[in-house]
Design a binder for this molecule. Structure first.
Ligand code: M6R
Length: 614
């Protein structure tokens, strides 16, 4: 989980790399570094952000070069400090490398290299790798490409690396196993990055390295792509990127997170575009249509995911079971991958992921494939590893999500699951046609209802100000809104560092009720549909223990209004779709509480957007 940018070509590499690193800071931001070649190697790195790194490059000579690479780090081996920051340089001073991933057997390799006279400055696995490559070059008398290949065949772990040799500054070598790497292809120039955002203004033509592939690129020549294990040559598959520059800029909002919260009505329209067709009573999802029999005969869906994507899977469980009557299990990818899960012929394994690169989810998919499972991915990033590893799937079309806290990724994932469940309910006849039509027309109105919900923003700011100094918080919901409570708590803790827990409301009396006193804010999703009376009783229980109640209620509610300290109204919708609306005020509450506490909303401490390490 780190960001990598590289460039080789006729332009000045420095601004491309610095600006590219800023776009990749969501992948890690505890230290940063950049190396360029301009008559000699210039390499600088520092603890802190890319903005801190920029301060170190002062003179014209330091900021010019036609080949270079940069890195923004999320520490795995060695604390975040100047020395452990990337790039790392080999003992001879010739080879320079950036790396995203973990070399698991680095210590054994390091000991061997030390015996051969190599010295190490940092605690990183990456410094070991660059010296291993140098050692192979020296002993085997091979060029950089071959040495990288031979060295990688000795390491165990995960990597995306880019390396060049200052003695041959017209060539760059890169390789991938488990961590993403995209190559942008321009006119006699190449851009390399962890995703395509750093080079989107320069070229729309890109290729993605697959696992166990490496590429040797030279100015003015076709890329030479090889399988790392058997050296077989691979034809490049170049695709046209759909991403635009506006999509990855803040557009006047103070933070990406706020922009992304406000984008939800429009991105949900994108999620449904050409798929939800109420005038034709139709939901078109080619991923399902191509495998309809698999879905009609499915005995079980096993959802796998992490964090927010796992929460979306929980909402999916309610949707698929309620509408399509397909049993669903929802598993943390990190647990699933290390169990010996039972997967039967008629099971569908459904990974859910915004980034498409989460290491645990990828590993869980690989395990499921070994057991011959059919894999159907729900993913946002087109062309990322998870959809590529899957048999079929549906993209969420949320657009780039830069804020580390997932917002629009969650609602679009839930929307995809709602579309799938509804389509299957119709195909299987598990709901009547009139129910289907009602669901369909309600689904189409969700973006408008989110627009209305967003109008509570000013009032939410006041509530947020009131609770900004809380040290703990509880989130409660029932049925479809139980996962919303989990998601609300996750949002608060990850960006404001307030300890928060989500619970099914009825579980409160089995433990968490002991925590309630006049200092405890309790956020309750108490919408009219579903088990309303039961949740009103839960609210009474909180009130009698003097807890502070902030309730999300259906427009026009009076009963909860009389009990709660604050109520936030959302428009009425079908119970199955309430998560799409109830989530919005909870996102805004977390956002404003974090802003009032002075937290870095888009880049919270210790987190990274894309968790490509275990
Ligand atoms: O990219 P993914 O959806 O696979 O990521 C999963 C989690 O890492 C992610 O949802 C994380 O929990 C977010 N920070 C939550 O806001």
């Amino acid at each position: 989980m780190c960001g990598i940018v590289g460039y080789i070509g006729h332009r000045n590499a420095y601004p491309i790399i610095i600006n590219g690193l800023k776009r990749l800071e969501y992948r890690g931001y505890d230290s940063a570094g950049l190396a360029l070649f301009n008559h000699d190697l210039i390499s600088k790195k520092t603890k802190g952000k890319v903005a801190d790194l920029e301060q170190l490059f002062v003179t014209k000579a330091e900021t010019e070069g036609h080949i270079g690479l940069g890195h923004t780090r999320w520490a795995t081996h060695g604390e975040p400090n100047d020395i452990n920051a990337h790039p790392h340089i080999s003992n001879s001073g010739n080879l320079v490398i950036v790396h995203n991933g973990i070399i698991e057997n680095y210590d054994a390799i390091k000991q061997t290299l030390i015996q051969r006279g190599y010295q190490f400055e940092s605690d990183t696995d990456t410094e070991v790798l660059v010296n291993l490559i140098e050692d192979v070059m020296r002993n085997e008398k091979v060029g950089l490409g071959k040495a990288v290949q031979m060295a990688l065949n000795e390491v165990v772990g995960a990597y995306a690396i880019v390396v060049f040799d200052k003695q041959n500054p017209d060539e760059m070598v890169m390789a991938r196993l488990g961590s993403p790497l995209a190559i942008g292809i321009g006119e006699e120039e190449y851009f390399i990055a962890s995703d395509a955002t750093p080079f989107i203004e320069f070229t729309k033509n890109a290729m993605y390295l697959e696992d166990e592939q490496m590429a040797i690129i030279k100015r003015g020549a076709e890329p030479d792509i090889r399988n790392i294990k058997d050296d077989s040559k691979i034809l490049p598959y170049i695709q046209e990127l759909q991403l635009s520059l506006d999509q990855i800029e803040k557009g006047g909002y103070e933070h990406f997170m706020l922009k992304e919260i406000y984008e939800q009505p429009n991105v949900l329209r994108d999620t449904m575009r050409g798929r939800v067709l109420p005038e034709k009573n139709l939901i078109k999802l080619s991923g399902i249509d191509n495998y309809l029999n698999k879905f009609l005969n499915a005995d079980r869906i096993i959802m796998i995911g992490a964090g927010t994507s796992w929460h979306a899977g929980l909402v999916g469980e309610y949707l698929f079971e309620e509408l399509a009557r397909i049993p669903v299990e929802v598993e943390y990818s990190s647990e699933f991958r290390y169990r010996n899960p039972i997967i039967k012929d008629n099971d569908i394994v459904m990974p859910v992921s915004q980034s498409g690169e989460t290491a645990d989810t990828l590993a869980a998919i690989k395990l499921a494939k070994e057991k011959n499972a059919f894999i159907y991915a729900i993913c946002n990033v087109v062309g990322s590893s998870i959809p590529r590893e899957s048999d079929s799937g549906t993209y969420t079309h949320a657009g780039p999500e830069i804020g580390v806290a997932s917002t629009k990724a969650f609602t679009t994932q839930v929307m995809v699951m709602a579309m799938m469940a509804l389509k299957l309910a119709k195909e299987k006849g598990t709901i009547s046609m009139s129910e289907y039509n009602l669901y369909l027309s309600e689904l189409a109105q969700i973006p408008e209802k989110i627009e209305k919900t967003l109008k509570t923003d000013l009032y939410i700011q006041q509530i947020a100000h009131f609770y900004k100094d809380a040290t703990n918080a509880l989130y409660l919901g029932r049925g479809f809104n139980f996962p919303v409570a989990l998601e609300g708590a996750l949002k608060l803790k990850e960006i404001s560092y307030i300890h928060a827990e989500g619970y099914p409301a009825a579980e409160m009396k089995h433990g968490p009720i002991a925590l309630i006193d006049e200092n405890m804010p309790v956020f309750v999703i108490a919408t009219k549909k579903g088990q309303y009376e039961k949740i009103v009783s839960n609210i009474q229980e909180i009130k009698s223990r003097k807890g502070k109640i902030i309730a999300i209620v259906t427009e026009g509610d009076t009963q909860v209004k009389n009990l709660a300290d604050h109520v936030i109204e959302i428009p009425e919708t079908l119970e199955a779709f309430t998560p799409l609306l109830a989530t919005i005020p909870l996102q805004l509450l977390s956002y404003y509480i974090a802003v009032y506490r002075g937290c870095n909303v888009d880049q919270p401490r210790n987190l990274a957007k894309s968790v490509t390490v275990e």
